[in-house]
Design a protein around this ligand. Structure first.
Ligand SMILES: [Zn+2]
Length: 289
């Protein structure tokens, strides 16, 4: 699954190309993944202009000037490929379709714009989806009502962060960081890296973490997410950035998949344990339980 930095990288890439494009045609052969009635797609997408590409948690939102929004989730093997006469980029699952001739057998949806450029949604395994809905209704979706605040939002404060975590004070910190209803978009890599940065053992109960360490965790989490976005995402196995290049964040990781190697801060050997049901990497010296 992509994590927040990967989807943010996709959003940033598409934002360079899609705004102001007018949709001329929509083709799809994917009633399960794109279940809207054809008549609605004709009425609210065809002829409309794209106004903005947004992201909430790991979901992409393409707003149209018809007051409708395309809500897109890439899931495991989804990818978006924008193609114009002289420019192209692919974003998402790094199959050959990112660079090959399109459409191909993984193509589920094609948006054709008035200037003849096109946006392809390809998905080999068909877990991804597209939904068309009124823009004002997006935030009422069950998912959006439940998902926690964006950790990188300008108005997200250390105090809010601590308050969100305290909702699950009796749970281990790693499990709470991974809980999308507490904070949006934090996955396994960024949980491990931010806990190492703040010198917190992943199994520590939230209620046992002193306030100054929660503030350190807030700072550390934002820093690793920002660095990853800057590096084009982590590309943990499947994801490449909006220009089809592999992201390089994992090169900068301090603990993730570095078990057996020395901690860059103290030289102690990094270990791997299980926490929150996930493989978890930590320095046993810097992150004492
Ligand atoms: Zn260490």
């Amino acid at each position: 699954m992509p994590e927040l930095p990967e989807v943010e990288t996709v959003r940033a890439g598409l934002s360079r190309f899609l705004p102001r494009k007018q949709v001329q045609d929509v083709w799809h052969d994917w009633p399960k993944g794109f279940p809207n009635a054809l008549a609605d797609v004709q009425q609210f997408v065809v002829g409309a202009h794209i106004t903005e590409v947004r992201r909430r948690a790991k979901v992409l939102l393409i707003d149209l000037d018809s007051a409708y929004t395309l809500v897109i989730h890439l899931k495991m093997t989804g990818q978006l490929v924008y193609q114009a006469e002289h420019e192209r980029f692919g974003a998402g699952h790094p199959s050959d379709s990112l660079v090959g001739k399109l459409p191909d057998k993984s193509t589920r949806v094609i948006f054709t714009f008035a200037d003849s450029s096109r946006l392809f949604f390809n998905d080999q395994r068909k877990f991804g989806w597209v939904r068309l809905m009124p823009t004002t209704e997006v935030e009422n979706l069950d998912f959006f009502r439940k998902v926690g605040p964006e950790p990188l939002a300008a108005d997200f404060t250390p105090r809010q962060f601590a308050e969100r975590l305290m909702r699950r004070r009796g749970s281990g910190i790693k499990a709470v960081l991974l809980d999308q209803t507490v904070i949006a978009g934090v996955g396994n890599i960024y949980a491990d890296e931010s806990l190492w940065g703040a010198k917190i053992h992943p199994l520590t109960l939230v209620q046992d973490i002193p306030p100054r360490k929660l503030t350190a965790l807030y700072t550390s989490l934002r820093a690793v997410l920002e660095l990853s976005i800057q590096k084009g995402g982590s590309t943990d196995r499947n994801y490449v950035n909006a220009e089809g290049k592999r992201g390089s964040y994992l090169t900068f990781a301090n603990v993730f998949r570095r078990q057996g190697q020395p901690c860059s801060r103290c030289g102690t050997t990094i270990i791997k344990i299980r926490a929150a049901g996930r493989g978890t990497h930590l320095c046993p010296h810097c992150q004492k339980q």
